[in-house]
Design a protein around this ligand. Sequence first.
Ligand SMILES: [Zn+2]
Length: 310
Amino acid sequence: MRHVLAADIGGTQMRAAVVREDSAILARVSAPTLPGDGFDAATERLSMMFQQVAARALAPDILAIGISTAGPVDPTDGTYRHPPNLEGWHGSSMAPLLTDHLGMPVRVGHDATLAALAETRWGARSGSKHLLYLTVSTGIGAGIIVDGRPVIGASGGAGEVGHMIVAPGGASCGAGCPGCLEGNASGRAIALAAAAAIDQGAQTVLVPGSDAAAVFAAADDGDPVADTIVRGAMGHLAAGIAGLLAIFDPQAIIVGGGIAEGFAPRWDALIEAIQERALPRYSSGVPVERTTLGDEVGLLGAALWALGEE
Ligand SMILES: [Zn+2]
């Protein structure tokens, strides 16, 4: 069977693995990304990580390297385009150095796009030709598969669904678009809403510096302020998902990321909120599910990308 090297690069952690073409992960290693230490240092570190896992996996034939990364990134050559969580990496690509060190071709793709690809192959809705992977985390973005092919966009920037306006005049995301989905339903948005409520003297168990996980926990324990914040975020997320259903008519929207986990105990309420906002064709149900691939989704997508299976 064929094997590839796969990597998943986020703002905090990067992971490398050997993946077999049947999705088995044979060896893996992770390390902090440390984007502030510079692009070259991170590339060298990833190269070492690849050599480590390749040695450990004892795979006879490793064909190629696939990298799933936080973006924006140009999938044609792997060049970063002002990535907000990988500061200082703009204009650089890991591909030339890795090819040079490891002697194999390198393909780089946007993490949400490759996660969507992994879902069409190895997820609960495998076989889908029309599928979205929506990541709801510190930020919000989507990978889009139409007719079995990833939608990349004219400049590699498609899928930034976090910046659809769902709450005109509402809170802004870090990029500064007022009322966008990311500004009103992301982990960052939930934490900022908690900070604002505390500033205004709200009666709550939340304390300054509470993150989204703390807000979900307080809401689950019955704190009314936290509950209002979570319900607000849920309504905005539902609006965004209803819009995506109308635009793409997908077989499934698979939702992943830490905030998706936070919504897990309220999943039925989220589905109901989507149905309230969606077209009548969704009155009997919406094809919106949480990912079953967990943390592996990035590595698996990177492996498919390296295998050229999209
Ligand atoms: Zn925005």
